[in-house]
Design a binder for this molecule. Sequence first.
Ligand code: MLT
Length: 326
Amino acid sequence: MTSKFLKLTSLTIALFAMGTGAAHAEYPEHPITLVVPFAAGGPTDVVARSLGAELGKILKQPIVVENKTGAGGTVAAAHIANSKPDGYTFFLHHNGMATAPALYKNLKFDPLNSFEYVGEVVDVPMTLLARADFPPNNLQEFIEYAKQNADTINLANAGPGAVSQLCGSLLQQAIDTKFTTIPFQGTGPAMTALLGKQVDILCDQTTQTIPHIDAKTVKFYGVTTKDRISKLPDAPTLDEQGLKGFDFKVWHGIYAPKGTPEPVITKFNGALKEALKSEPFKKKMADLGAEIVSEERQTPESLKNWVDAEIKKWGPILQAEGMNVN
Ligand code: MLT
């Protein structure tokens, strides 16, 4: 028996087990839900909808993006952990998958045991922004201003577990200052508040911020990665402007409920790899400063190993900072 035959046979068995009732039906037979743990219109949502459009073409079924917000992504992750493993529910999440165990004591999921892993997707740099009429014009001025006016400064973020929160915390540590934080259900609404001048600063991903930086509707103090990014070659990093060692970017992965049949994961992973090579997705991500991960990282094993490594990296840092929320 060839391995191809074995694979096809196990896909047919899996489809029977999933209760499709049709021995030769091909997965997927109806729309697939891709859950996003933050608000519509924000950076995670942008990646999900752009990727979903390509996955839909490849899998020949619509990918319906569902925004399930709350508690820095942990509400959505718990929902996925308890969803039916029938191949019709997937989850796009970022670093929050790995920081959650250190931040939340009573998690209703285990990042290393409650999911099947599909693969990594994109890395996204972050940018430090302020409202358009905020007095400081650059990072140096901002640091001076922050030291004198810390108690008046409002930092918007998407709550503990969000990368905007982690980036904001790293910034406060780096300049040894504490701001008042204003949490939103995602940085989509946080950006609306920044544009409306209801909050002062926001650390957010380029997948949302580039259009606003280009349009100069916000003040822009620098990028959070160690090196400059090709999309914003003239923009200095926080590191090169004096915040030595500041180096943070966002990674994204796709998950499914534990028990999702292996042939389904293999098919979805194949579609993911194809989508990551598609011109519309490549162009959209390049325009927004995001970098598609290498082929080696587009695998279930790579994502699981990465989540494990990130839990080990961030757990002690977050605990030492006393950042847990319950
Ligand atoms: C979002 O999509 O709203 C952001 O990824 C939230 C965050 O800052 O983590």
